[in-house]
Design a protein around this ligand. Structure first.
Ligand SMILES: O=C(O)CCC(=O)C(=O)O
Length: 293
C-alpha cells in the first residue's frame, strides 16, 4: 500500500497547481545524503568537463547531464517509491525521465555576481518548446530536485521561485528597483529535501556566498510522447537490470512502435507498468494524464 494517504496526495496536487511547486522535507535520510554527496564528490574529482564540453577543475562548478549513466548510484532515485506516488499524482502515469542533471555550486566571494557564479538568472524551463495558448504555456515537464546539502540560510545557493508564476502569461511582475520579480521566495531547506516544480515556474539559483558547496540532482519527467532531453535511449544492459517501472521511466518501448505499437502515446497497460504499480499501492484512480484544474 501507499505510504501516503489519498487525502495528502490530493492536498499536494492542489498546492502544486496553485503554487507550481512542492517542498518535501526529510525525503533522504542523513546517511543517504552522505552517500549522494560522496557520489557527487567522485564526479567532482573525475569529470574534466561540464556539460557542453566546458573544461573544469575539481572544486569548480559542476553541471552534468545524463547523470544516471555517469553515476548509476543515482538510478534508485529515478523510481523512489514515495516520490513516484506524488509525481504520478501530479502528472499521470504516462511519464518517463527527460533528464538527470547534477550540480555542484561552490561558494564565492561577495563580489561575484549570480550570473558569474552560475550562468543562470530568472527563467522558466522549456521556453522554446511550445507555443502559448491564450497566453499560457502548457505544463510539459516536472522537475524533481534532490538536495544533498543544507541550504537553510539565504545565499547558500538554493533556488528561488515565484509562487504561482506557472499560471501567469509572460514574465511575472518585475520590481525594477531590485531587478527581481515581485513575490520571489528563496527556498530555505535542509539536506534531504525534495523540491518538485512545474517547468513553467519562474526560478533561479540563489548565489552561494557560504563556505559550503551546494550539491544536488534534478530529475525531470515528461510525458512519454516527448523526446528525452539528455539521452536517446538507454542500452540493453541498463534496461535489463531494471524493473518494468524503471524501464518505463527510462523510455523503453514495450510494444514496438515501428509495428503499430503507439506505446508512447496510448498508455496501454503493457506500455505503462507504472499504472499497475500504482494500482498495487491503492492508487488505481490516477489517470494517464492529469488535467490542470
Ligand atoms: O538550480 C540551479 O542551479 C539552476 C538550474 C536551473 O535553473 C536549470 O537547469 O534550469
Amino acid at each position: 500500500m501507499s505510504t501516503i494517504t489519498a487525502k495528502d496526495l490530493q492536498e499536494m496536487k492542489a498546492e502544486f497547481f496553485e503554487n507550481g511547486f512542492l517542498v518535501l522535507p526529510g525525503v533522504l535520510s542523513p546517511e543517504e545524503c552522505q552517500a549522494c554527496v560522496a557520489v557527487m564528490d567522485e564526479l567532482d574529482r573525475t569529470e574534466k568537463f561540464n556539460t557542453s564540453r566546458r573544461p573544469r577543475q575539481p572544486g569548480e562548478n559542476l553541471e552534468l547531464r545524463n547523470c544516471v549513466l555517469r553515476a548509476p548510484e543515482f538510478m534508485d532515485l529515478v523510481d523512489r517509491p514515495e516520490i513516484l506516488e506524488i509525481l504520478a499524482t501530479l502528472t499521470g502515469y504516462n511519464i518517463q525521465l527527460g533528464n538527470s542533471h547534477a550540480f555542484i555550486r561552490p561558494g564565492y566571494e561577495k563580489n561575484v555576481s549570480l550570473l558569474e557564479q552560475t550562468g543562470f538568472s530568472w527563467h522558466y524551463d522549456l521556453g522554446q518548446a511550445a507555443i502559448p495558448v491564450n497566453g499560457r504555456l502548457p505544463h510539459l515537464a516536472t522537475r524533481v530536485g534532490y538536495f544533498f546539502t543544507p541550504l537553510d540560510k539565504p545565499d547558500m545557493g538554493s533556488i528561488s521561485v515565484v509562487p504561482g508564476s506557472h499560471r501567469t502569461a509572460g514574465r511575472p511582475a518585475w520590481n525594477r528597483a531590485t531587478d527581481q520579480p515581485y513575490g520571489a521566495v528563496e527556498l530555505l531547506i535542509d539536506a534531504g529535501t525534495v523540491v518538485i516544480f512545474d517547468n513553467r515556474l519562474w526560478h533561479t539559483p540563489a548565489p552561494n556566498y557560504s563556505e559550503l558547496s551546494r550539491k544536488n540532482l534534478y530529475l525531470e519527467y515528461a510525458p512519454r510522447w516527448m523526446r528525452p532531453f539528455d539521452y536517446y535511449t538507454y542500452d540493453e544492459a541498463v534496461l535489463s537490470a531494471s524493473s518494468p517501472v524503471r524501464q518505463q521511466l527510462l523510455g523503453h518501448d514495450f510494444t514496438d512502435i515501428t509495428d503499430g505499437g503507439l506505446g508512447y502515446q496510448t498508455g496501454k497497460d503493457i506500455d505503462n507498468p507504472l499504472k499497475a504499480w500504482l494500482e498495487d499501492r491503492g492508487l488505481g484512480d490516477i489517470p494517464m494524464i492529469v488535467r490542470e484544474d
